[in-house]
Ligand binder design. Structure first.
Ligand code: 4AD
Ligand code: MG
Length: 463
């Protein structure tokens, strides 16, 4: 029995004259009474294989049912193409129809659709060239991430999705409970009685695997996490999701400079990997979505990132004479407009900002000797803004505890985190890369909802 060949394999090393079986979905059908040309795509590549059908040798009704979106299996001979636009095509000997696609109602017609329309049809949008390219690239990036860390001897650590702690301390968490919401038990003081809940305590979906990642790093040396994280922030922007994937490496014996070096090397590796391994998909996106994409990707790989402190950045922004929607001043958090000015207009390069005021950063960051700033780093990218957030961690028990108390965080809940500073503490650092922000940058897509298969955003959890 002959086996099916994927279109990618057929096109990359065509064995002209051989008999093949291809299976896939019809993109277009054109032709006349005598001869039909079917563009068939099976998802293995952005390219279609052209199937040439001699109408006289086939059942008329079968041919009528082969419409855009239908799924077919074709057996035939691979030959050099007579027409333009492709080098190889298949002369069909037999065709089996797996699934019809009603031409009247099939949502994906030949004309271009808006991204909004395709989002509403996210169950079918994989079948478009754009989304095929995006999700093949997303896969390649996930693979490259594991490759990168595996080659460096990092351990992939699976941190929990259900947690009792709030890593970022922003309180933007989804509750996890099996309580009957219509009949919530209360204790004598009138507070919710979590003792009767499934876990016997208050639990949430994690906003970050970092705290547990640190526990791993302080024994295994270098670890990374790669998993879903959840934020109940009501940010309806093209760069925020309520459910997103994050990669969080955590390294013992790394200071902030080592951490920045790793972040820069990692991002360049991933972009270089895409340029070398996703060429056809990137060429397509460069033509159809963003004409400056390839140039921008190469630019980032070839140039050193600028490293400046938050304090220097605030001076630059103040001196720019620009009118900002959000005010600039030492101690205020930077907004997207400020980050993008620094990257796109001032430095014209990716920028790593360091040493932020402690008030606008999380409790676990290492405090500087000035008593005002912490060893934080944010990597800012053109068109994206913040792509990575990280820091050196506070490794001294007394300082960490003082900060937890100062910020009125639940000290008791963090006993296990504090323990690592009591028993064999070590200097260590880490960061978090937002996977979808990386994919936004690499694909040139402009909305984060279009680089994750099924986006979760405020008021939207369809599919
Ligand atoms: O800067 P963040 O909040 O840092 C942390 O969570 C740290 N615990 C990371 C660490 O040091 N291990 O988030 C890290 C990155 C951001 O830079 C951004 O790329 C992405 O995660 N991110 C989001 N991506 C999509 N939607 C959201 N709502 C995001 N929030 C953060
Ligand atoms: Mg951040």
């Amino acid at each position: 029995m002959m086996k099916r060949t994927k279109v990618k394999a057929l096109l990359s090393a065509p064995q002209l004259g051989s008999d093949v079986i291809v299976k896939g979905w019809v993109r277009t059908k054109r032709g006349n009474k005598n001869i039909l040309f079917i563009a068939l795509n099976d998802g293995s590549t952005i390219n279609n294989i052209q199937v040439v059908v001699d109408a006289a040798s086939f059942d008329e009704n079968l041919l009528k049912d082969i419409t855009t979106g239908a799924c077919i299996s074709v057996t035939g001979k691979l030959v050099e193409s007579q027409g333009q636009g492709q080098s190889t095509e298949i002369n069909a000997a037999s065709i089996e129809l797996y699934g019809k696609s009603d031409a009247e109602t099939y949502p994906l017609q030949k004309k271009g659709h808006s991204m909004e329309f395709l989002r509403e049809n996210a169950h079918l949008r994989f079948r478009t060239n754009t989304f095929g390219a995006v999700f093949r690239i997303r896969h390649s990036m996930a693979f490259a991430i594991h490759n990168y860390f595996n080659d460096k001897g990092f351990v992939y650590l699976h941190t929990p999705i259900v947690t009792g702690s709030d890593c970022e301390g922003a309180g933007e968490m989804f509750h996890v409970t099996t309580m009957d919401l219509k009949n919530i038990p209360h204790d004598e003081a009138g507070s919710v009685d979590y003792k009767s809940d499934f876990f016997g305590k208050e639990t949430n979906l994690t906003v970050s695997g970092q705290l547990e990642g640190e526990l791993g790093a302080l024994a295994l040396g270098d670890i990374y996490t790669f998993g879903p994280t959840f934020r109940a922030e009501n940010s309806n922007t093209p760069r925020h999701l309520a459910e997103f994937w994050m990669i969080e490496p955590e390294m013992s014996f790394y200071d902030l400079t080592d951490n920045m070096d790793l972040a820069e090397d990692f991002l360049k590796y991933l972009i270089r990997y895409a340029l070398e391994n996703c060429k056809e998909d990137l060429d397509f996106l460069n033509n159809m979505i963003d004409k400056a994409l390839l140039e921008r990707l190469k630019f980032v790989v070839e140039n050193e990132f600028i490293r400046v402190t938050y304090t220097e950045a605030v001076s630059i922004l103040t001196a720019s004479g620009k009118k900002w929607d959000y005010p600039v001043g030492w101690g205020r958090d930077l907004q997207s407009e400020h980050e993008r000015y620094l990257v796109e207009e001032h430095f014209k390069r990716p920028v790593i900002l360091t040493d932020y005021p402690k008030e606008i950063k999380a409790f676990y960051m290492k405090q500087n000797a000035d008593g005002k700033t912490v060893r934080a780093m944010d990597v800012l990218f053109p068109g994206i803004g913040e792509i990575i957030g990280g820091s050196q961690r506070e490794d001294q028990y007394d300082l960490l505890l003082a900060r937890i108390k100062e910020m009125k965080l639940p000290e008791k809940e963090l006993w296990w985190y504090l323990d690592t500073r009591k028993y064999g503490t070590a200097p260590h650092s880490g960061f978090g890369l937002g996977f979808e922000r990386l994919i936004l940058f690499v694909t040139g897509m402009s909305n984060i909802r279009d680089v994750i298969p099924f986006p979760r955003t405020p008021k939207n959890a369809e599919f």
